[in-house]
Design a protein around this ligand. Structure first.
Ligand SMILES: Cc1cc2nc3c(=O)[nH]c(=O)nc-3n(C[C@H](O)[C@H](O)[C@H](O)COP(=O)(O)OP(=O)(O)OC[C@H]3O[C@@H](n4cnc5c(N)ncnc54)[C@H](O)[C@@H]3O)c2cc1C
Length: 499
């Protein structure tokens, strides 16, 4: 049974065609939202402040190769991104990372050493501290200390609030500093102390209660994950940016409009329609008078990053949404280097390197030509693509404030240290740096509650919606299904709200 009034189809189609929705922001979430609107024949306009669509999923030319400069893969978990890719006709171009180069490494061990990141484990926590690959990273002393986890009194209450505290108390500082911190810093840009295990490793708390030790819990979870489908990452030949381009093309095909280079400055209550979306563009009327370009809309979906979303929405919704950020998230900078350097053919650090926090100015490196066969083919023999990343919650990117040349220099030096080889300045064929402001990762304390509070306040106004990583959690696997669900709510309000 549904509470929706019954319409004949012609009436419904006419209703849809008479409505207009504005989406603010053409990142992945905004484009998915706009497509969901356009699918029902509702007129949609997407306004994007940048010169191109995609947000964190952006691409560009570096050294003559078109490369992803932000997101470069998607998690297969849930199957939502794959389903979207299928719908957009890109299924044939989905690719798996190349595992032949081995996995990632960890750098910044004592004496400046580096070693392969141990196989298995959950968030870097090993199931067996004496495994050769684990011991190589934490040493015998670290292994014995970690083993105490098995001997210490059972964890009676299997609920830990802080991943850092949990690992430190059960397995010691070496496991925390050398195995777990590089992962939380590299993946979440956050300290392990701020990560809530319940969100970062679902099931860990329950497994702790059952197993009575942390390593036992990890073993149990590892086993569950081994037998569960998904859990991997995949990419798209030619880059993840193809996904956002296909989304934008699909919106246009369905009659929607995506305008770039237009920044939304405010959303006001409208006179002729529910909302008036005011932009930074100026239009001139018939009498030659200038006024800000504004669009009337029956509903607005805000798909920007958190700070802008709060600023735009706070005046329109109740007290649950403060205009100020609860806490600033990490800024991350990715330097993409194209190197003519056959010495990298042997992939000396597998698919990339994570660092022990504090040991390097960069926090991680991806060897893209080792990780993705399509990048290797695009680069050609002897040419390599590495992505050096900087910046965590605790520390702004070391590239901030540097000139473009200094940024390239720093990225080259850090890449050389992390890869353990010399990289002469002359080997750099191309270089490009992109900076991203991220919201607090969903796995940090209190973030989920804050997002829920914000959502509830926004949902109280049926013709307003908000989508994006600050609400859904970072990553396309989170953002895509969330944007679909939220847009469905707004879509219903647009079609049936006046009934
Ligand atoms: C460096 C990096 C690497 C990543 N790698 C991966 C990965 O490999 N796999 C994965 O799944 N996820 C990855 N992620 C995360 C993923 O890319 C993001 O979670 C997701 O793309 C966020 O999409 P979004 O639509 O919420 O926000 P965004 O992509 O930030 O889009 C917001 C858009 O709003 C626009 N905007 C802002 N203000 C205004 C305004 N006033 N008016 C108009 N437009 C405005 C912005 O220009 C931007 O285009 C990565 C993120 C980063 C930063």
């Amino acid at each position: 049974m549904t509470n929706e009034p019954q319409y004949d189809l012609a009436d419904l189609a006419e209703r849809a065609a008479g409505r207009h929705v504005v989406v603010v922001g053409a990142g992945a979430s905004g484009l998915v939202a706009a497509r969901e609107i356009a699918r029902l024949g509702i007129r949609v306009t997407v306004l994007e402040s940048a010169a191109s669509v995609g947000g964190a999923v952006r691409s560009g030319d570096v050294g003559g190769i078109r490369l992803d400069l932000g997101a470069e893969s998607f998690a297969t978990r849930g199957g939502h991104v794959q389903a979207l890719i299928d719908e957009l006709g890109l299924a044939g171009d989905v690719v798996e990372p190349d595992h032949s180069a081995g996995g990632a490494w960890v750098a910044g061990l004592s004496g400046g050493g580096a070693a392969p990141l141990p196989k298995g484990g959950i968030l870097g926590i090993p199931a067996n501290p004496f495994a050769d690959d684990v011991r190589r990273v934490i040493g015998w002393r670290g292994a014995w200390r970690a083993y105490l986890d098995r001997l210490r009194p059972n964890l009676r209450i299997g609920h830990a609030d802080s991943l850092g505290q949990l690992v430190r108390s059960r397995m010691g500082a070496r496991v925390l500093d050398r195995l777990v911190a590089p992962v939380t810093s590299g993946v979440y840009s956050a300290s392990a102390d701020d990560i809530d295990p319940a969100i970062a490793a679902p099931g860990l708390n329950t497994a702790l209660t059952r197993a009575g030790s942390l390593s036992g819990a990890v073993l149990e979870l590892q086993e569950q994950r081994r037998t569960a489908p998904g859990g991997a990452v995949k990419g798209i030949r030619g880059g993840m940016a193809r996904l956002v381009e296909a989304l934008a093309a699909d919106i246009a095909e369905r009659g929607g409009e995506v305008r770039t280079g237009v920044s939304v400055v405010s959303i006001d209550e409208g006179a002729d329609a529910a909302w008036r979306v005011v932009t930074d563009q100026v239009e001139t009327d018939e009498d030659g008078a200038e006024a800000p370009l504004a669009l009337d809309a029956d509903a607005v979906i805000v798909a920007t990053e958190e700070a802008t979303a709060r600023r735009l929405l706070a005046p329109l919704v109740g007290s649950g949404l403060a205009a100020a950020l609860p806490a600033p998230g990490p800024a991350v900078a990715i330097a993409t280097l194209v190197l003519d350097l056959p010495a990298l053919d042997s992939a000396p650090r597998g698919t990339g390197v994570l660092t022990v926090p504090g040991s390097h100015r960069a926090k991680a490196l991806t060897h893209a030509t080792a990780k993705w066969a399509w990048v290797r083919e695009a680069a050609g023999k002897g040419t390599h693509v590495v992505r050096v990343s900087f910046g965590t919650v605790a520390e702004d990117p070391a590239t901030d404030g540097l000139s473009a040349q200094e940024q390239t220099e720093l990225a080259r030096e850090e890449a050389a240290r992390l890869l353990g080889i010399e990289i002469p300045a002359g080997a750099v064929r191309g270089s490009r740096l992109e900076r991203f402001q991220q919201s607090q990762p969903a796995a940090t304390h209190g973030q989920r509650e804050q997002a829920e509070t914000a959502r509830a306040a926004i949902r109280a106004v049926p013709t307003l919606g908000a989508v994006g990583a600050w609400l859904a959690g970072t990553g396309l696997a989170q953002v895509v299904p969330d944007a679909k669900a939220e847009t469905d709510r707004v879509r219903r309000a647009v079609l049936f709200g006046d009934q």
